[in-house]
Design a protein around this ligand. Sequence first.
Ligand code: 1HE
Length: 265
Amino acid sequence: MASRSYLDIDIRGKVAVLTLSRPDRRNALNEATVEAIDAFFDKPPAEVRAVMLRAEGPHFCAGLDLQEHYELNRGPVEFMRMCQKWHRAFDKMQFGSIPVIAALKGAVVGGGLEIAAATHVRVAEPSTFFALPEGQRGVFTGGGATVRVARIMTPARMIDMMIAARTYDAKRGYDVGLAHELVGEGEAEARALQIAQNAAEHYDITNFGILTGISRINDMSVTDGLFAESLLAGMVMTNPDLRPSLEKFFAKQAPRLEPNENSGK
Ligand code: 1HE
């Protein structure tokens, strides 16, 4: 019997709340759940402008469903295809035009760190810990960590984390960019939802430029990157909807900028 997915989808106005809903298995990701994530980001509901990603229970996600992996006993090509399925799903998440805000707690490990690394803003509670225990288990990353996690924390730190079997606490994760904001226990979801609701009010084309442009341009040479930036800016800055926003600024009705960065706890 095919396994079922453990992804709950709750549309709240412009924000979709996606929940990893398998707490008894620490939200381990089986194939059906990765397929459900792919399906959501492949064709998000038209009204959705931002996503909050949360998890049931005390842990965010324990990574690949090791039980399913053991039972399916896949060959190398089959597992490679499975990894590509993860890559496709998380690529759609990272390079779509919808900001994804993650509320982290407890274990963010293995494939759990891989899915978190494909989100755009990560808010973490003090219980959060980050690890890539694949080294200890005799397996390897396959959901994009060598690309996404290595780019966030540096390849050298990722190698060290795996070889020296390090588990980072929330503060250390924040220091290397695995989390962007630290909040109190039980506060991550409310804060992540607030960020998602605010980001949902940005112009669609601006979010597209921020989410897709910055990541893609970082894969390019300087010359190509500057050219791509000028193309994107040409689209975003000439958006006809922009004029009222600028008029609000001239009329001093736009919210004032002031320091609001959470510097870590
Ligand atoms: C699981 C999984 C899982 C827990 N697949 N069943 N990821 C890992 O190596 C992480 C493995 N998990 C853990 O290290 C721990 O479970 C946690 C640190 C996350 C949480 O510990 P704890 O003490 O709260 O829970 P637990 O008792 O270890 O687990 C509770 C149950 O969930 C238990 O089953 P039960 O039948 O004994 O109740 C566990 O077997 C089950 N469980 N984690 C399946 N991951 C595309 S490649 C991606 C590469 C990877 O992600 S490799 C996996 C890395």
